[in-house]
Design a protein around this ligand. Structure first.
Ligand code: MG
Length: 220
């Protein structure tokens, strides 16, 4: 039986992760590169916590895919749980931030989209959620003004700023918690900027968010 890393490190403690909520098309330029437009309201899907790997880990390309893409995202670590959280109170529910990679089997996703089928296999495979150590919320003055970047084998692939995000962290928390309750340890990955691209076996992915941290993983 495989041992999964279902926690994220925050300061000196391990926070057990619950569900992983992932926003989609929350940066306009990425929505456009996907041949789409930004949704009217935040839209999201879920990844299982068994998808988590840590810095220094390996992303394993799923058997059925030959086109895995990287997406670097600001991850919000929920502290206090709640349902139907108003926007004005939403930031009281955040305990930290981390860098997360929403690894995506783009070929499986394209097939699922076309057939009107769910994205679970394309988005939820083992190792599809590399996450950095988290920093406490007190360390981040403005989550909406952070440099966000990703390199493959040392070459720039994604570089943007969280100011380009369509929704604020508070708006996202309020919206998601209006549909499904949030619990301590839940993670919300807030979507990726433009510049997604394919990775192949042997590649090294390095990504970071200013003031939060970096993560480096290999692709197998
Ligand atoms: Mg994503």
């Amino acid at each position: 039986m495989e041992m999964f890393l279902t926690f994220v490190k925050l300061g000196g403690k391990k926070v057990e992760v619950g569900k992983i909520v992932c926003l989609l098309r929350s940066y306009r330029a990425h929505a456009e590169e996907m041949g789409s437009s930004a949704p009217e309201k935040p839209e999201f899907f879920l990844k299982p916590r068994t998808a988590i790997i840590h810095d220094g880990g390996e992303v394993v390309i799923p058997r059925d895919s030959s086109d895995v893409h990287h997406e670097v995202e600001l991850a919000v670590i929920i502290g206090k749980g709640g349902a139907r959280i108003p926007v004005e109170k939403a930031m009281d529910h955040v305990q930290g931030y981390a860098v997360m990679l929403d690894m995506t089997a783009r070929d499986l996703q394209a097939r699922a989209k076309k057939a009107g089928k769910p994205w679970a296999a394309a988005k939820g495979f083992d190792t599809s959620a590399p996450i950095s150590d988290a920093v406490p919320v007190s360390q981040v003055t403005d989550p909406r003004n952070l440099e966000i970047w990703l390199k493959v084998n040392g070459r720039d692939r994604q570089r943007s700023n969280t100011s380009m995000m369509i929704y604020s962290v508070a708006e996202i928390i309020s919206h998601v918690s209006g549909i499904m309750s949030l619990e301590p340890g839940d993670i919300i990955a807030t979507g990726t900027p433009e510049g997604i691209s394919q990775v192949v076996s042997g590649d090294t992915i390095e990504a970071g968010i200013g003031g939060i941290g970096t993560i480096r993983v290999r692709v197998r």
